[in-house]
Design a binder for this molecule. Structure first.
Ligand code: GUN
Length: 304
């Protein structure tokens, strides 16, 4: 039986470790403060931002949510960021990605002061990551590293294969695993014989945004399979394919008319992997935990 890597339990550990640090800052000056900026009304982004703000409040941190219409101009968004850069009570600024096509995302990420860049997306912080120097790290890959560490999985010497080369997950994930001494391969849509490359992996990270794409032929028996994807499937035939070996997925589909699934086939991961992250309840909770950790760290640097 594959071991299930319980992201929710590890999230709770991390949040519990943050509580005394938050209390100390609150006693010293004020609680850490985070602003989440949400552009447009994409349901998934709304859910993610709501979950981030809620976790802040549960921890006793200050949080604000700024919602802007999808038609907002780059200039207007930059104006808001400059305002939050100057606000003394705000330690972290997060702009939920992706932004609408007409918005200049690079200009937006450049505008956030690197000391308040709790997503680690500013080019300065990306440079710090490349150099393995201290700075806020992108939350999802940082969460995966915490999950591995706290599960007793050491990447040193392991073959790590990452499927997906995004700025948010694939690229920073590769650097973090490299710094942890893994032998790292990044795959993408042009990779030749992707299943064969993936089967080399001791640690396989799926982060390309295709529901249950990673099936048995991609998984080396006993591998650690980390599923970063989160996709909502509404097609019945697709739900039935995904539910093979994972009947709970079909039950969820019957109940709700849709089902959440990662980039890894859940039944195949359960049958073949040594350990794997479920969706939901795997990597997602770690992303939020690391955002909280980054915010507390930014606040400590500014206040302590
Ligand atoms: N979109 C998907 N993941 C993330 C994330 O970690 N941070 C932000 N800001 N947007 C995202």
């Amino acid at each position: 039986m594959a071991r299930i890597l319980d992201g929710k339990a590890i999230q709770q550990q991390i949040l519990d470790e943050l509580r005394p640090r938050i209390a100390r800052l609150a006693a010293l000056r004020r609680p850490p403060g985070l602003v989440a900026i949400l552009v447009g009304d994409t349901p998934a982004s709304q859910l993610y931002v709501a979950s981030k703000v809620k976790t802040c409040r549960e921890l006793g941190m200050y949080s604000e949510e700024l919602r802007l219409p999808a038609a907002v101009s780059t200039e207007e968004l930059l104006g808001h960021i400059r305002h939050f850069n100057e606000r003394d009570d705000i330690d972290g600024i997060l702009v939920q990605m992706p932004l609408p096509k007409h918005v200049d995302s690079r200009a937006v990420l450049l505008a956030i002061r690197p000391e308040k860049d709790v997503d680690g997306f500013h080019p300065f912080n990306v440079g710090q990551l490349v150099a393995n120097a201290p700075a806020p790290r992108a939350c999802t890959p940082a969460g995966v590293m915490e999950l591995l560490r706290r599960s007793g999985i050491d990447p040193a010497g392991a073959e790590a294969v990452i499927v997906g080369r995004s700025d948010i997950v694939g690229k920073p994930m590769a650097l973090l695993l490299l710094h942890a001494h893994a032998t790292v391969t990044i795959c993408h849509s042009k990779t030749r014989d992707l299943p064969a490359v993936c089967r080399r992996a001791d640690i396989l990270v799926a982060a390309m945004g295709k529901p249950a794409f990673i099936t048995a032929e991609f998984i080396r028996p006993g591998a650690v399979v980390i599923d970063v994807g989160i996709n909502r499937v509404t097609d019945r035939a697709e739900a039935e394919r995904i539910a093979r070996g994972a009947p709970a997925k079909l039950a969820a589909f019957e109940k709700n008319g849709s089902v959440l699934v990662g980039d890894v086939h859940p039944g195949d991961a359960a049958a073949l992997a040594g350990a794997y992250t479920p969706v939901p309840g795997g990597v997602g909770p770690l992303t939020i935990a690391m955002l909280m950790a980054n915010t507390v760290e930014c606040a400590e640097k500014r206040l302590a």
